[in-house]
Design a protein around this ligand. Sequence first.
Ligand code: FMN
Length: 209
Amino acid sequence: MSDIINDLKWRYATKKFDVSKKIDASNFELIKESLRLVPSSYGLQPLKYIIVESKDIREKLVAASYGQSQVKDASHLIVICAANQVGDQEVNQHIENIAITRDHKVDQIKGYGDFMKSTIAQMTDQQKKTWNSKQAYIALGQLLHTCASMRIDATPMEGFDPIAYSQILQISDDYSPILLCPIGYRDQDDETQHLKKVRKSQEHIFEKK
Ligand SMILES: Cc1cc2nc3c(=O)[nH]c(=O)nc-3n(C[C@H](O)[C@H](O)[C@H](O)COP(=O)(O)O)c2cc1C
């Protein structure tokens, strides 16, 4: 079987982490770099990742996560946040980054920036917020596979109260927490690891035209 399929079959949404096992610093750096390389619409990267280290804070977050203990027991807790807004300022910053990275003059790519600005200007504030939050799911998918390929366990999580998280983590008004991903190592007693994967068949999900 290919390495990719092995990775994807190895992983599962971990319910119980081994509290004694920590991800070492070099592996965590690799995970951070994977998140930095996440693709996004127009490349605007509207995401921020909060790494919650404090044990006290993580204890408090359990109640804001419907009692799910992974948020305190995993080696690391990553909170994926998305910007609430996007507009000319973000486009200008992105254009500058492209110019510096690719050794262009800002003027050479101004047209691309104007195109982005005009498309974004047609969106309502709610549409912008939704658009940004969708980018978080791309990051989550990449994070899950990166972790699996490193044999690091992870739990994709939507089950939390974003308002309580914003308060506890003092997240700025510019960002909203969208997803959680505790990562670390499974507890040998976590029965979920032995369950068969439940997925629809290929016939159900693929359609040829
Ligand atoms: C966006 C998203 C949100 C999820 N939220 C939670 C959650 O809050 N708590 C949890 O234990 N599992 C959560 N899951 C895990 C799913 O239940 C799990 O991925 C699914 O049942 C498939 O099982 P597998 O990941 O073990 O293959 C979530 C998964 C995704 C993709």
